[in-house]
Design a protein around this ligand. Structure first.
Ligand code: NAD
Ligand code: TYD
Length: 328
């Protein structure tokens, strides 16, 4: 199968592009190379990279020519950035999805939308979202992802596009841009920098290793039903538990931990039921304790990967996001 992987120079998309290439599929990556895109994530693999925007029909036509399928990872993906400015989230996550769907429709291509458990919104203790649940997004990020999902379902119903949706949990692993909880706190801990815990740190997320997330998306690509939605869940942990593990694995001092002003609209808990995907034969291979140890070890070894990132635009973002929280 020939597959266009959009956002394939980002964190999860690069794991997926490399996975398919290893499986013998022909892969082309379309990626705009925003701050989060990094061609080095594809190093060692012979995967063509078309630099372009999913919201640009010409770039999409160029990269998708001859492809049997499109798997859309391209997105603005960070909640905190969507709180600072949401425009790019609408352009990419909503309008970009529309452009890709138009292409899939015109060329009869299979389509997979890589979505997130955040579209279900905040889940009360003891409840897990199933695929038919209503969408209750809290952040501009999750609202834009929900907008993408709804378009996909409309294109299945109205235009008969052969599309499915995966909704993955919080993902961790090597090659994650150092702005999300595990990648940021690990690199900060390795550098002896503060770990800014939002609010009480008792929020809960499900954590899945990127390889397990990609295994789920691959199954959805190959076996998912048109209009089918598939949750890809992980192991539930309180943020403070995750942070404890990062401290233990890096040997960093507990003094680095700083409780800071909470994120606006912060969801307390995500939880999803993955029974449907398990029914296709999916099961995660990584236990969280092993996966986080592997990930922290990777960041400890690969300063050559993340140190250059933590400069320039990154520092400007970091100041805007954290300076007022961390400085007295
Ligand atoms: P990421 O931010 O690491 O990478 C996103 C990639 O998309 C980058 O390479 C970027 O350059 C590219 N991109 C952004 N805008 C683009 C555009 N307009 N045209 C083409 N390329 C563009 O993101 P990630 O963490 O790898 O997430 C990938 C997908 O998985 C996203 O759709 C996200 O919503 C979803 N997801 C992520 C998580 C998570 O925990 N990271 C969990 C569930 C779902
Ligand atoms: P994040 O990795 O941004 O993923 P999401 O918000 O999409 O779930 O955040 C995971 C959790 O960690 C979330 O509850 C917010 C919290 N968090 C902090 O406490 N401090 C931080 O600096 C960041 C980035 C996240």
């Amino acid at each position: 199968m020939k597959v266009m992987v959009t956002g394939g120079a980002g964190f999860i998309g690069s794991h997926f592009a490399k996975r398919l290439a290893t499986a013998g599929d022909s892969v082309v990556v379309l990626d705009k190379l925003t701050y989060a895109g990094n061609p080095r994530n594809l190093e060692g693999y012979d995967i063509p990279l078309v630099v372009g925007d999913i919201a640009d029909p010409e770039a999409v036509a160029q990269a998708a020519a001859g492809c049997d399928a499109i798997v859309n990872f391209a997105a603005e993906s960070h909640v905190d950035r969507s709180i600072l400015a949401a425009g790019d989230f609408i352009t990419t996550d909503v309008y970009g999805t529309h452009v890709l769907l138009e292409h899939a429709r015109a060329h009869g291509q299979r389509y997979v939308q890589v979505s997130t458990d955040e579209v279900y919104g905040d889940l009360p203790p003891g409840e897990s979202a199933v695929e038919g649940d209503p969408l209750m997004p809290s952040s501009p990020y999750s609202a834009s992802k929900a907008g993408g999902d709804l378009q996909v379902l409309a294109y299945v119903r109205t235009h008969g596009v052969n599309a499915s949706i995966s909704r993955g949990a919080n993902t961790y692993g090597p090659f994650q841009y150092p702005e999300k909880l595990i990648s940021l706190f690990t690199t900060n801990a390795l550098d002896g920098q503060p770990l800014p815990v939002y609010g009480d740190g008792r929020q809960r997320r499900e954590w899945i290793h990127a390889e397990d997330h990609c295994a789920g998306i691959e199954l959805v690509l190959r076996q998912g039903e048109p209009g089918g939605i598939y949750n890809v869940g992980g192991e539930e942990r309180e943020n403070l538990d995750v942070i404890e593990q990062i401290l233990a694995l890096t040997g960093a001092s507990r003094d680095l931990l700083k409780h800071v002003a909470d994120r606006a609209g912060h969801d307390r808990r995500y939880s999803i039921d993955s029974t449907r995907l398990r029914g296709l034969g999916w099961a995660p291979k990584w236990k969280f304790a092993d996966g986080i140890a592997q990930t922290v070890a990777w960041y400890a070894e690969r300063r050559d990967w993340w140190e250059p990132i933590k400069s320039g635009e990154y520092l400007a973002y970091y100041r805007e996001q954290y300076a007022h929280r961390l400085e007295p």
